[in-house]
Design a binder for this molecule. Structure first.
Ligand SMILES: Nc1ncnc2c1ncn2[C@@H]1O[C@H](COP(=O)(O)OP(=O)(O)O)[C@@H](O)[C@H]1O
Ligand SMILES: [Mg+2]
Length: 287
């Protein structure tokens, strides 16, 4: 059986666990580095292997890079799926989750509580929004790992013009006053299998583990579990890391990650989500 795993960093905790877990399931996984893929005439190959020969594909991460190369890698996954190869997460879900503007509308349409958000290329419209919410968070539409996120305060409205000149568009969201932490809920196959608080570093407000956040065990309320499950489903993910943020008595959905790291929930709760994700894939491969 030929199971591929798309990754860029083979020593990443989640990638290592995927590789180890597949071996335990009796499969020798094939590492796929999509930055080396070739799409030509009637073939898609990667380091000599025809990707159409795969029986299944796990996507750990697709890597960064420019817009064209990201679209190219997504499109390869879509083509593989189109030929009937099970790809997890489904490429359309990965694509949707990676796009903060598009996923905002999907989550809103599912009536999920989402912070007030405004996306525009118009400087004065952006200023009106910040004046309305007081303090906003600006995020790259295709951002991840808390990179490129900044606070836009009433004192620094000049940043709006700078961001729009740099990117052509600004994604702004009301700042949700929180007590230095957010929640990462892990959903696999329509169930919450674990959740962690991510504590932001002292004096910080960004709690991604890759930005110095610390994972801590978290027990979700039934309503929070329901939110996480609905958010993961709204984007069509089969498994997801759903970011939630609490303020007073309210919980908001911040985003859904279609290629999340399993490290935090393992470190804090000893729950190994990679096993569960492999089971999902293998059921589909054998299915
Ligand atoms: N509206 C917000 N209010 C307060 N904190 C936020 C807000 N949006 C994001 N953050 C903080 O920044 C982190 C990263 O934001 P997120 O939207 O999840 O983007 P990324 O894809 O980079 O993880 C969150 O985990 C949270 O700690
Ligand atoms: Mg996040």
């Amino acid at each position: 059986m030929k199971i591929g795993i798309v990754l860029t960093d083979p020593v990443d905790w989640t990638a290592e666990r995927f590789i180890r877990g597949l071996k335990l399931a009796g499969v020798e996984p094939i590492t796929i580095r999509l930055e080396r893929a070739v799409s030509s005439i009637s073939e898609i190959t990667c380091e000599g292997l025809s990707l159409f020969d795969l029986d299944g594909l796990l996507v750990r991460d697709l890597g960064g890079g420019g817009l064209e190369s990201s679209v190219f890698r997504f499109d390869i996954l879509l083509e593989l799926e189109r030929t009937g190869i099970p790809v997890i997460n489904p490429p359309s879900a990965i694509q949707l989750a990676a796009n903060k503007h598009l996923s905002y509308w999907r989550l809103r349409r599912s009536n999920l509580p989402f912070p007030k958000t405004c996306v525009t290329s118009d400087i004065s419209e952006a200023i009106v929004f910040v004046e309305r919410v007081g303090t906003a968070v600006a995020k790259p539409i295709f951002g991840y790992k808390g990179l490129g996120i900044e606070l836009i305060t009433m004192e620094r409205l000049d940043r709006i013009g700078e961001v729009i000149r740099e990117r052509g568009v600004i994604y702004l969201q009301e700042f949700i006053p929180h007590n230095g932490r957010d929640i990462r809920a892990f959903v696999v196959g329509g169930e919450v299998v674990g959740a962690i608080y991510r504590l932001a570093p002292e004096d910080g407000w960004i709690s991604n583990l890759s930005q110095g956040g610390t994972p801590e065990r978290c027990s979700l309320t039934g309503a929070q579990k329901d939110l996480a499950i609905r958010a993961a489903g709204a984007l069509g993910t089969l498994y997801a890391g759903v970011d939630l943020i609490e303020s007073n008595d309210e919980t908001f959905v911040l985003e859904v990650n279609g290629t999340p790291s399993g490290y935090g929930v393992f470190a804090a709760c000893r729950v190994d989500v990679t096993r569960m994700i492999i089971n999902l894939l293998m059921k589909r491969v054998r299915g």
